[in-house]
Write a protein that binds this ligand. Structure first.
Ligand code: SF4
Ligand code: SF4
Length: 165
């Protein structure tokens, strides 16, 4: 009798739970609103004319406490203006060691590197977590949801009197 009562109680409890509104959503079909400051991945940006904003100054590489950014640079004429300027010839960011501190974004003088709220797809190897230059520019062109700030916004947030240089 005791066994039957416990079984009925369990069944009733299961039935009651199954009639309740679910507390979870079917990600990625449904994406809940995210906090404005959520930072998940990165993108490299281009200007309105399509020229790469990165000038290859290496500030992001130098400031990164986890040393997960690596870039090589080249000086060459801009395909848009024809003027000689610096570019990144290769740029990688290894998400495995990134602590999402946002310092690389903060020091960028041209707002070239930004953080996005969209997570990268899970990978099957360590290499899948390395963002290549192509992937970073691809993220910039995919119109992903940007995190709350780029370097200019961060500089003004810290010191409203001083514009980012
Ligand atoms: S967020 Fe921080 S740890 Fe991650 S790449 Fe940028 S500087 Fe490095
Ligand atoms: S992303 Fe910004 S900080 Fe990094 S090398 Fe390019 S211009 Fe410099």
């Amino acid at each position: 009798m005791l066994y039957l009562t416990a079984t009925l109680q369990s069944l009733f409890s299961t039935l009651r739970q199954s009639l309740k509104k679910p507390t979870t959503v079917e990600y990625p079909k449904v994406v809940r609103p995210r906090a404005p400051r959520l930072r998940a991945s990165f993108a490299l940006t281009k200007d309105a004319a399509g020229d790469e904003n990165c000038i290859g100054c290496k500030k992001c590489e130098k400031v990164c406490p986890s040393e997960v950014i690596a870039l090589t640079t080249v000086k060459k004429p801009s395909p848009i203006t024809g003027k000689s300027r610096g570019y990144a010839s290769d740029f990688t960011l290894n998400l495995q060691g990134c602590i999402i501190c946002e310092l690389c974004v903060q020091v960028c003088p041209t707002d070239a590197i930004v953080m996005v709220q969209d997570q990268e797809k899970p990978g099957f190897s360590r290499e899948d977590l390395v963002l290549t230059m192509d992937k970073l520019y691809d993220n910039g062109e995919k119109k992903l949801r940007l995190s709350w700030a780029n370097a200019s916004v961060l500089a003004e947030h810290q010191n409203p009197e001083r514009k980012h240089a």
